[in-house]
Write a protein that binds this ligand. Structure first.
Ligand code: DQA
Length: 149
């Protein structure tokens, strides 16, 4: 059974209350329930964490070595700033999918740069909470194809 670590970055604990016109009204707990449901449908094990701290996210990615087959991450604002998270992803070589609730390419200029995208297997951005579900499907499909290659 594939094991997937889901990482929610800073301020995503405020989903539901935070800028609902951009991020919707769904809470993080509701998104996590949807992810748990999809994971059981796909037959994969998932663990979900949220952190507002860059270093903690780096540590979680490092600790995933040998424990997880894939990482689904919404790095939130760290997407646009964190070379440390990028380096952690490269260092672990764990296939990683980047997700964003909003379409980061149709917002402020500074959100168009991602330090994560070119080290990710794929990116899903702009589909609201559905981005997470599409991302999990994409990641599991990638892992299956890699296994049978
Ligand atoms: C986000 C987009 C980021 O630019 C922003 O800083 C976030 C959330 C998204 O899911 O749309 O916190 O990652």
């Amino acid at each position: 059974m594939f094991k997937v670590l889901v990482i929610h970055g800073p301020n995503l604990n405020l989903l539901g209350k935070r800028e609902p016109e951009i991020y919707g009204k769904t809470t993080l707990e509701e998104i996590n329930s949807m992810l748990r449901e999809l994971a059981s449908e796909l037959g994969v094990y998932i663990e979900l964490i949220q952190s507002n701290h860059e270093g903690e996210i780096v540590t979680k990615i490092q600790e995933a070595i040998g424990k997880f087959d894939g990482i689904l991450i919404n790095p939130a604002a760290y997407t646009h700033t964190s070379i440390a998270i990028r380096d952690a992803i490269i260092s672990t070589s764990i296939p990683t999918v980047e997700v964003h609730i909003s379409n980061i390419y149709r917002r402020e200029e500074f959100r168009r740069r991602s330090f994560i995208s070119d080290v990710a297997v794929g990116v899903v951005s702009g589909f609201g909470k559905e981005s997470y579900l599409l991302g999990l499907r994409g990641l599991v499909n990638y892992l299956k194809e890699k296994q049978s290659a």
